[in-house]
Design a protein around this ligand. Structure first.
Ligand code: SF4
Length: 292
């Protein structure tokens, strides 16, 4: 049986005429997550084959207006506090246990840490959260890890982690070749690994890995073994992994050759990762079986 509800399948990053902030019901958040999109221009330094962002439709705007962003987030926090948000589709499909605000997530139509305003936005959002007494609400950065080394980004990370923060960092490959094929980025794979290590030495991080069928092929044994080696390297060198989130495609993407793995395939990968890292919490998120 699928654990997907209609709201999980509708992750449009839009709410009314808002430009930056949007609500989603997220499986990984186990509830309501308020997204903050710092990339209204839809620019990203990765070009993942499974990316859901529609880059054919022109961006509505390219700038980040901090005051407007804060106002939008404040309004969504009001709707969440009153529960009114769950009267609107698709949020009305949320189960009772999902009708809770879990986090405010820096995630959007590109890589959040490429925005020059990243650190300031984190500071403003943290202040808003504090002012409302939302201590239990997490601040989550969803990142491709490409800029975690930049001093201005580290400054934002410090604020994030002082305010019940979590860093959810992407690691989709074990080899440079697979990384280039799936993430299609010009940034060297080693830079991503170095950034993950430097960050995980300072704070425990959540690693997010998307496994998929690309052009009819899922990840092969060699690639999966290399993926395990990268995680081992990270830990051996002092990086701390808080949890692993293994997931597959859940919603349609512009690339028809990018398809979800089947539940059985995800279970087999998860079993092998759990056997190699018995101490790590491993969460698995399935896709719609009918598309696989
Ligand atoms: S990092 Fe995220 S936004 Fe960027 S291309 Fe990949 S999936 Fe899309």
């Amino acid at each position: 049986m699928s654990d997907l509800i209609p709201a999980h399948l509708d992750h449009r990053r839009v709410w009314g005429d808002f430009d930056y902030c949007y609500p989603v019901i997220s499986r990984r958040s186990r509830g309501l997550s308020l997204g903050v999109n710092l990339n209204p221009d839809k620019a990203c330094n990765f070009d993942c084959v499974y990316c859901e962002v529609d880059r054919l439709t022109p961006a509505r705007r390219r700038d980040v207006d901090l005051d407007q962003l804060e106002q939008e987030l404040g309004m969504l926090l009001d709707l969440s506090a009153s529960g009114e948000i769950f009267e609107f589709p698709p949020f009305d499909s949320a189960r009772p246990d999902q009708r809770r605000l879990n986090d405010i997530a820096f995630s959007g139509d590109g890589e959040p840490t490429t925005a020059g305003e990243f650190a300031e936005v984190v500071a403003r959002v943290a202040a808003l959260k504090q002012a409302r007494g939302l201590d239990a609400v997490k601040l989550v950065l969803i990142t491709d890890a490409s800029r975690l080394q930049a001093p201005e980004v580290v400054s934002g990370l410090v604020t994030l982690m002082e305010n019940h923060g979590e860093i959810w960092a992407k690691l989709d490959a074990g080899t440079e070749a697979h990384y280039r094929e799936i993430c299609r980025s010009q940034i060297p794979f080693q830079r991503i690994l170095d950034n993950l290590l430097a960050t995980a030495r300072r704070w425990p991080i959540v690693i997010q890995t998307l496994f998929l069928s690309w052009q009819g092929q899922g990840p092969d044994d060699r690639e999966l073994a290399a993926y395990g080696e990268r995680l081992e390297d990270l830990q051996r060198q002092g990086g701390r992994i808080k949890a692993l989130q293994l997931y597959t495609i859940a919603r349609p993407t512009p690339e028809p050759e990018a398809r979800p793995l089947r539940r059985l395939q995800m279970d087999a990968i998860a079993a092998s990762v759990r056997a190699q890292f018995p101490e790590l919490p491993v969460e698995v998120y399935y896709g719609p079986e009918e598309w696989a």
